[in-house]
Structures are given as C-alpha cells and as structure tokens.
Design a protein around this ligand. Sequence first.
Ligand SMILES: [Zn+2]
Length: 482
Amino acid sequence: MAIRLYDTLTRSIKPLVPRDPDLPYRMYCCGPTVYAPAHIGNFRTFLIQDILRRALETDGLSVRHARNITDVEDKTIRESQIEGIALSEFTARWKKKFHDDCAALNILPPHDEPSAVAHIPLQIAMIEKLIARRHAYTTPDGSVYFDISSYPAYGKLSHLDISQLRTQTAAPAATPTDVDEYERENLADFALWKSRKSADGPNYWQSPWGEGRPGWHIECTAMSTHYLGETFDLHGGGEDLCFPHHENEIAQAECSCSQKGFAAHWFHSRHLMVDGKKMSKSLNNFHTLDTLLQHGAPAMAIRYALICGHYRSRLNFTLKSLEDAQTALARLERATARLLSLCGLTETDFAPPNVSEKNTAWGIFQGAWDALTDDLNVPAALGKIYAALPVSTAPDRSLNQARSDLSGLGKILYTLGITLFSAKNTDTPPAQIPPDIAALAEQRWHAKQTRDFAAADLLRRQLSSLGWKIVDNKENYALEKL
Ligand SMILES: [Zn+2]
C-alpha cells in the first residue's frame, strides 16, 4: 500500500504515487537562504522531508529530490554588504555550513541543488512568459510585478478568501510589494523582478527591463519546473512558506507553464517551539546545531529529538528532550546489540539495508512501518519499535526469526535516518565552556595577537588553574578541559 500523507491543497490525506508511472517520484523542497547557520526549526522541516524521501525509497520507489539554495535575496545581499565581501564568497561559506550540518544530522543530499544566482536566465524567461500572457506588468522603474487579480485561483493553497481580505484591509487594488516575505494582511501584487537599487551594490543582472535581480518567489518555480518538469509530484516546506511563497509559486507556475497542475501534493510541517515559545534571539532560546552540540548532545540525539513529534503538530523542543533522546538511543543500541549477538553478529555488521529493491519483509517491525506509511507518524513508529524490541530478544525466538527481526529493524531505523553504534552517537561533544572562561580565553588570544606575551602567559596560567587548557593553531584556538 502506498505511503499516505496530508496534502495542504486538498486538506486531505492522499496516497503518494508518481503522477507519471514512467518517471521517478519527483519532489521539490524549498531550501535554505544561505546567510547564517540554519536553526533547528529549519532542520525540523529538512529532517521530515528526509524521512519522507527515505520512506518512499524503502517502499521501492525511485525518487528525484530537488532542493534549492536561495543565494540572492534581501538578507544575503544585506549581510554580504555589511561584511564587505562578494555575495558569492559570502553565500559559499553558509552553503558549506548548511551541508556540514545536514551531514552531521544524517540528512541525505538532494539529487539536484540549484541556486538562484546560477539560474538567472531561466527566471527571466519565466517572467517574460508571464508578461506575454498578461499575468505580470512592468513599472516605470524597471521592476516587474505579478498581477494577482489576473489569476482567480490565487489563495487556493492557503485557503484565503481574497475578496474578503481586500474588503477587510480596505485595499480594492492591492498595492504592489517588493519585499520577499509578508503577511496575509498585506496581500499584494508581488515582485518578479526588482530594479537595481544602490543598496544592492554590485549584485545586479541585465534583463529586458533593465538592471536588477529576481524576486525570491520566482526562483523556486523556475528551477523546480526546470529540474522536475512542469508538473511534478510533491512540493514541500515549513508552514511559514505556505503563504505567500508557495501561493505565489502556484500562481507563477500555472500562469506560465503550458500544463496545469504544478505540484500534485503540498507537504508542510508545523513550526518548532522552544521552551513553549517561538524561537527568537531576543528570548535567548535560539538554537542552531552548534549551540546544541555545545550543550553536550551528539548530533544523532539532536536528530532524534527533532523528529520524535508528529510533523503536523507543533514540536516543543527543550534541552531536556536532548537528554531523553540520548536515553532512547542508548536503549535502542542495547536492544540491537542483544539481537545482533543472538544472530552471531557484532555491531560492525549492522549496516544500512539495501533499499534499491522493494522488500516487504518487516517481521515484527511491520507495525512501525505501517505507522510511518500513515501520514509519517514518527512518534507512533518509535512506539512500535520499542514495543517490538523485547519480543525480538525473547528467549523463545529462533535464529531465523531473530535474523528477520534484525532485517526489519535495520530497515525501519534506516527510514528514520537513525544510525546506531556510530561516531555521531558517541563522539565526545565539545565541552560546554562557561562564559567567564570563554572571556578569559578571548582576552588571552587578544593579548597574544597584540604581542603582549607576558599578559597572554599570565592568562594562560590563570585558565590552567581553573581547569582549562588552550590549544593554539594559526588562525584560532580551542579550549580543552584538563
Ligand atoms: Zn521555495
């Protein structure tokens, strides 16, 4: 039976089957804006998309997964200008950081990872089509806007009643907006092409409408249809992308492409809360992968803590949930080690399963798989795994049963992206450094850089008496607990 998943567009749970049986299952996920490290709310979304892809592959489907890199928009331009470096250099750094974080969290890389800057002509071509079909208009300053009144279905994804919204906001004709992100109350014609402004610095391109840069929404539509086809199977992102980004994408796609339909299925995951509140830097509850590693959690425990709630419910993340995740992983490892030994195997034999061929033997882990196929119910799947584990190691289990159990367990853990007995689980995380120690280390580094070696030596000894050793390299230093 096909995997079933909630679809935002039809507000119903639908089976996931390729719309073209001769093609792989084609899924497009909105990727990161590369201007800072991604936060754990972003990773919650990337992780559930990763589980979806793994589940489709485990179910025997071939999958084509595309995810973009947003490297030209308001924030990347602003931040690169503040640092005074080229946009490409700035975004390359954050793209690499994103890749490193994904690898640490065991997120599979997409098959296609197009960036907006590398696809400017493609975006211009789509805008030209929209103008030719009278869905977009130019303004005297050389910008281009999408005319939302030209597309009566506008609002269908987020179930907006546009006529009512306009009455409420007393805006009979929407005022065009050139900001990339806005609220429903600010419903407006949105920018497809933004004319060059002084704040853009050297970041502008030639177009039929003059120098400028693409708006944010057009890149995903141009690149998804280019890589996956005018109509494809699934489009995903965090719930915050539903409006306006995905709404705008549907409008752009259906008005510029010859085929109607764009993505058959819309997959949105709910927000993550931290300590019951929205994550924000001002509330001091803003976490990235690095901040959590510094709290002493292995990357696999972070993955576990971020996937263990249902994707359609808000997940309340706390530091305590990382401890619980570590306990849960240790329990899984102990039970798996027992099962391996029953089969006459060791931890090093516990390899990922071959999922390239459809294999329906789940043994006693059938219930866990069934939970995953039912709207990606990860918490239910985990519950079923814990319920099955004691059975798998019961004294009356035969060798054949134990082998079949082990194969089912390997497959379900692979689908959840959980690795056991690996460095990701057991790596000694960076020690948590108290702020006063960090401050002394900074002072000492500064003293060394300014060649005040006497002061540097004094601070080094002070840190040593407090139980911390400094290890220098050319560009930086590290602190180690003595
Ligand atoms: Zn997007």
